[in-house]
Design a protein around this ligand. Structure first.
Ligand SMILES: [Zn+2]
Length: 385
């Protein structure tokens, strides 16, 4: 969910961290708005009833919170099945388009993927049935207050809609994952199954964008913009899922030692910043350099941009070690580290570079760009994999 920025961990359910992305508040606001404003859904359903303004807003908030609880149950069902098949789940994030379960890896088998995907729409369908039954009971037999009945009916409908939408065969939506699991099961090839499923997912994304434009022309502004964004997001998600599979396929079984630039260009800890800029930053164009002590041991990493953070007049007398980032396990690997693990570290590392260390000495440097170039090269040379 990197494209939506940071998310905050709210709580843990069954050991899964539940994270809220800031964009979630926009969705929350839109839902309450669409339910509770004059002309909103609850207003229409409660036509002729004596309902105060404030009650209407409370109903909207209850409806929206209920919807999020249902989305959470949907995602939890994915995560629980994933864990049962031995797949690590990083957590569940709620964001502007609903929720996602973040898996650390591809499913181990086609069957595992099928069960993991299908359980989502099934749980939403079950929720829909429960709310529908509750609504029927309250409405026809208990004669409960109408304000309660509308919330139950709303949750029944909205869960059905979630089940229906997620069942679209648009990878990486649940239906698209089911499609991929079938293709994978038939061909036995995860890569070609993903390519086909991602192409279908991308096509659906395009349809949504066109549908959004069509809605805009018919004065359905919010739904139009929504649909367009959803379409863009789906296309982007299909594409990045495809890239992930490609990276795993390409880098699987490889060690960092194969990709590193060696030996690395190191900077001595006592070197003045002024000389660092003139003798390293400008000639080499690297984004980061390992910093070593007099025995050649790694003590930190300095980014090419770091000198900009101090006053230029201080450059001649400030040693590099004063503005470097001390070494940490986040920016280090060994030559034997698996390339996939390094890739995960690289996506979070400052400057997109990490240092390869052996016996305390920096023996190489590895950048996200190097890995990407290798992946692209291999994809160009062996397109069928
Ligand atoms: Zn789902």
């Amino acid at each position: 969910m990197a494209i939506f920025g940071r998310s905050w961990t709210l709580l843990k359910v069954f050991g899964f961290p539940i994270k809220i992305n800031p964009t979630w508040f926009l969705l929350f606001f839109l839902i309450v708005f669409s339910l509770s404003t004059p002309g909103g859904l609850f207003h229409q359903w409660l036509e002729g009833e004596e309902v105060s303004r404030s009650t209407m807003w409370v109903l909207g908030v209850v409806g929206a919170l209920g919807l999020f609880a249902c989305l959470l149950i949907h995602e939890l069902s994915h995560s629980v099945v994933a864990r049962h098949t031995g797949m690590p789940v990083r957590g569940i994030t709620l964001f502007i388009f609903g929720g996602v379960s973040e898996m650390e890896d591809e499913p181990p088998t086609a069957a595992a993927e099928f069960f993991m995907a299908v359980v989502g729409p099934l749980s939403s369908l079950a929720l829909s049935a429960v709310f529908l039954a509750a609504w029927a009971l309250c409405n026809f037999m208990l004669h409960a207050p109408p304000v309660m009945n509308v919330v139950l009916l709303y949750l029944a409908i909205v869960n059905f809609a979630i089940a229906a939408f997620n069942s679209l065969p648009a990878f990486p939506l649940d239906g698209g994952r089911v499609l991929r699991s079938f293709l994978w099961g038939i061909t036995g090839n995860l890569w070609s199954a993903t390519r086909l499923a991602a192409a279908v997912g991308s096509g659906f994304g395009m349809l949504m964008i066109l549908g959004g434009i069509f809605s805009l022309f018919h004065a359905l502004i919010i739904s139009g913009i929504w649909l367009m964004f959803l379409g863009f997001f789906l296309r982007q998600a299909a594409n990045s899922s495809l890239q992930n599979v490609m990276m795993r396929k390409t880098l699987g079984g490889e060690n960092v030692g194969r990709f590193m630039t060696s030996p690395p260009v190191c900077v001595k800890e006592d070197l003045p910043v002024e000389r660092f800029v003139n003798e390293y930053v400008l000639p080499y164009h690297f984004t980061a350099f390992p910093v070593t002590d007099n025995e050649g041991r790694l003590i930190g990493i300095i980014r090419a941009r770091s000198p900009g953070e101090i006053d230029r007049r201080l450059w001649p007398q400030t040693p590099v070690k004063d503005i470097m980032t001390p070494r940490s396990s986040d920016t280090e690997v060994t030559p034997q580290t698996s390339a996939l693990y390094a890739l995960r570290k690289l996506s979070g590392a400052e400057g997109r570079r990490i240092i390869v260390v052996q016996d305390e000495q920096p023996v190489g440097i590895i950048s996200l760009r190097d890995l990407m170039e290798f992946i692209n090269l291999k994809a160009d040379l062996f397109p069928e994999g």
